[in-house]
Design a protein around this ligand. Sequence first.
Ligand SMILES: Nc1ncnc2c1ncn2[C@@H]1O[C@H](COP(=O)(O)OP(=O)(O)OP(=O)(O)O)[C@@H](O)[C@H]1O
Ligand SMILES: [Mg+2]
Length: 508
Amino acid sequence: MTEIDDCILEMRQVVKTFPGVRALDGVNLSVRPGTVHVICGENGAGKSTLMKVLNGTHQADSGEVWFKGKKIEHETIDSALGMGIAMIYQELNPILDMTVAENIFLGREPLKGPLVDFKKLYDDTQELLFRLDMPYNAKQKMHSLSIAGHQLIEIAKAISREASVIIMDEPTSAIADAEVAILFAQIQALKERGVAVIYITHKMDEIFKIADDITIIRDGKWVDSGPASNYNPNKLVSLMVGREISTIFPKDETVPIGDVVLEVKDLTQGPEYGGRFSGINFDLRAGEIVGFAGLVGAGRSEVMRAVFGLDRFSSGTIVINGEPIKIRNTTDAIKNGIAMISEDRKMYGLALGRNIHENISLVNLKKYVKKIVIHDGAITRDALKMKDLLSIKIPSFKVEANTLSGGNQQKVVLAKWLTGEVKIMILDEPTRGIDVGAKAEIHRLMGKFARQGMAIIMISSELPEIIGMSDRIVVMREGRINGILSREEATQESIMRLATQENMKQAI
Ligand SMILES: Nc1ncnc2c1ncn2[C@@H]1O[C@H](COP(=O)(O)OP(=O)(O)OP(=O)(O)O)[C@@H](O)[C@H]1O
Ligand SMILES: [Mg+2]
């Protein structure tokens, strides 16, 4: 592709192995300054690993890395950062009890004598946030920000370090369109300053919106590189997966819709519990898939978290199979056949320090306990079934969940619930960070579970997914339901209108 002279960064024939996995097997990458270079590949292809070699988290077994005309070796995260290579991770780790400013300048706070100069810290941060057009306060605690906010703060951090290469690993997997626009504007400004952005995403529309160059890797191997204009979505997908696949599975309309299994009546969360929603009324039938659409912050996850017993609500009733039930915690919810796959798999979905076997069996331990003895064979049988079903790429069930690629972690979370006796399944952004092939697989599974009579709620910010999969679509806005659309009524326009504007019919 480009002449080496044009490149700020060159990775050549990089190899990296982990016990049982050859994560990178001769990968090449040439990045030009002032451009966005998108790296594409399926879950587990090696994208994050390649970036971690670049930023000094991992040492390559062999291969070369050239940066600004010099060969660099044995980097650590600190030395890579010092040279100007910053990475925004796929799984963020903000210190929630600290302020925005403390997170941005962690470990390099301005000092006044031996003490942190807090005035300068907050002033500098506020100035930085202002310059970047980020709507945050330097003194705000990180826990008051959404996941999107955490992501933007990471970007501010990288910019404050004057990095010349900024790696963004799925930066928009958790953020809404409006915030994506802010991010893209930031990226544009970075390009103009000559910064190279290496960008990893599974979202096809994003790739073609921002990529100048593209590199595709598959199973740890370099497949192809070139200017974005060389590719189109179909070509890209077939290079990534090495086979043809169809991208979206619409809901099978022949699935019979049964009785109402869940009714949520006038559910309200008062200010004492966060006040994130009020007057929520909807129902859900067996075999039905109800999509929840809305902007990030509209309260969709919060309603579901309350239904699942993760958060409290102040008034209202949850009725299951005609019986009002009390949900005080997740145990109550699980007992009533409700399962939830949450948006933030790290906080609620996965025990990262446990192995895959343990993770898959965690919620359903009761099912495996036969006369006090845990039935290991049964767990393994289910785990194996799930591994095949979702094509989870893991070297063994004994590896810890935190060594899996982001997408594979998501699949393990799904697998963990799918082995249970679930009647009502709540999926919050189930295909976020999931590659095209697995996404189709998850959609197909949802259809299959619906056919078996499961009732499914799916929160998704991807309109084609919502429209393709849902029998009905509940649109939320500012903590309230702003309208419910039938499959026939649902279009991108009708959903967006309800997500963003007051519904006059509703207001009267
Ligand atoms: N620290 C580690 N220890 C062991 N294996 C690892 C480790 N990190 C990554 N791997 C393995 O290396 C392979 C590549 O993982 P990587 O995270 O780079 O994939 P990815 O392309 O980023 O996928 P995704 O799209 O799901 O994020 C996977 O098989 C993964 O399980
Ligand atoms: Mg990754």
